[in-house]
Design a protein around this ligand. Structure first.
Ligand code: KG4
Ligand code: ZN
Length: 337
């Protein structure tokens, strides 16, 4: 057995992922089998199709991770898997495989909150990062603004009242025919567009809360396209993408930095799939630094779902003595804080 060697499995949405991480910080292998192409033709993730694909891929991905890390099952010190939030069928695949492995190997098991996992992507990427900090976790399923006074302790400052930020990107992108997932496509198109071309609403900006709402923006974007189509006009896609993206980024950056100031932390952390957005990274860094904050975000490969972030979070849980029982179950609606 190698002290601190943790296998992390992630299967909450449309990525089957396995990673081997040493002592929560050093990634030895990070294998991700994406189902994006399979779901793209449906315009979004089909849960039953995802579950079946996870069943098919979990063992090959696990084998590949061990091979790539140059270790065997007997070297593992612990096993971690995503408990939730996510799609129940997918969650069950990785979670059950991890529990079976932990039982068979006689090593401890860590049930990891997926949102907490996203935060640990930053721990992997920035060894110097320690709490306290304010963290914005933005992905396809969640938009959470958290105060992290110490690892393992999460105080919710705000969250979305309707759609998640990534969900807004995906739904609007699908509506204008940009395929799935929409975030990367909008990001790419936006590079050539005018961010001020269309005045989309900035919901709840300056309302004194740290909550978000993206459904009004989504409706406004859809109405804008309807109007153009009715008039027989072409949709100026780069301008549309740039303006839409800017409306989301404006609110995310303003609320996060205001929250960090209110809480009195010096560090601001960005995580989750939408943290891959180039404009969000650019503006959070520039405006955060201008206000005196240290701003952190993970490299792109650790922003979207992966097993390494789960292994890292799992390692710190196990090291703190928080072993999960083997009769634990998945929790599709699990939250932090
Ligand atoms: O964290 P993640 O892989 O899965 C969930 O936990 O939901 O996040 C996926 C989300 C999708 O909504 C995708 O469109 C979005 O992250 N995303 C982006 C970018 N890359 C991925 N959104 C905006 N800009 C990007 N570059
Ligand atoms: Zn995620």
């Amino acid at each position: 057995m190698i002290e601190g060697l943790v296998l992390g499995l992630e299967s909450s949405c449309d990525e089957t992922a396995a990673a081997v991480v040493l002592q929560g910080r050093k990634v030895l292998a990070n294998i991700i089998s994406s189902q994006v192409e399979i779901h793209a033709r449906f315009g979004g993730v089909v849960p039953e199709v995802a579950s079946r694909k996870h069943v098919e891929m979990i063992l090959p991905v696990l084998d590949e991770a061990l091979k790539c890390a140059g270790v065997g099952l007997g070297d593992l010190w612990g096993v971690a898997a995503t408990q939730g939030p996510g799609l129940v069928g997918g969650l069950l695949v990785g979670f059950t495989a991890a529990k079976a492995l932990a039982f068979g190997l006689g090593v401890p098991f860590a049930a990891v909150n997926h949102v907490e996992g996203h935060i640990y992507a930053n721990v992997l990427a920035h060894p110097d990062l320690t709490p306290p900090f304010v963290c914005l976790t933005v992905s396809g399923g969640h938009t959470d603004l958290l105060h992290v006074p110490e690892f393992g302790c999460y105080q919710v400052l705000g969250r979305t009242r309707d759609d998640a930020a990534g969900e807004a990107f995906d739904k609007v992108a699908r509506f204008v025919g940009l395929g799935y997932p929409g975030g990367p496509a909008v990001d790419r198109l936006a590079q050539e567009g005018d961010r001020e071309a269309i005045a989309f609403p900035r919901a709840m900006l300056g309302d004194g809360t740290f909550d978000f709402s993206f459904s009004g923006l989504k409706t406004s974007a859809v109405n804008h396209v309807h109007n153009l189509r009715q008039r027989g006009e072409e949709i100026p896609l780069p301008d549309f993408a740039a303006s839409f993206q800017e409306a989301i980024v404006d609110v995310l950056v303003a609320k996060t930095l205001t929250a960090a100031e209110a809480v009195g932390v010096e560090k601001v952390v960005l995580s989750g799939g939408v943290a891959a957005n180039s404009r969000l990274r650019e503006r959070m860094m520039a405006e955060g630094q201008a206000m005196g904050f240290q701003v952190y975000y993970p490299p792109l490969v650790l922003c979207t779902d992966n097993g390494a972030m789960i292994a890292s979070a799992g390692y710190f849980q196990l090291r703190a003595g928080r072993h999960s029982p083997l009769d634990a179950n998945v929790i599709p609606g699990l939250r932090v804080g």
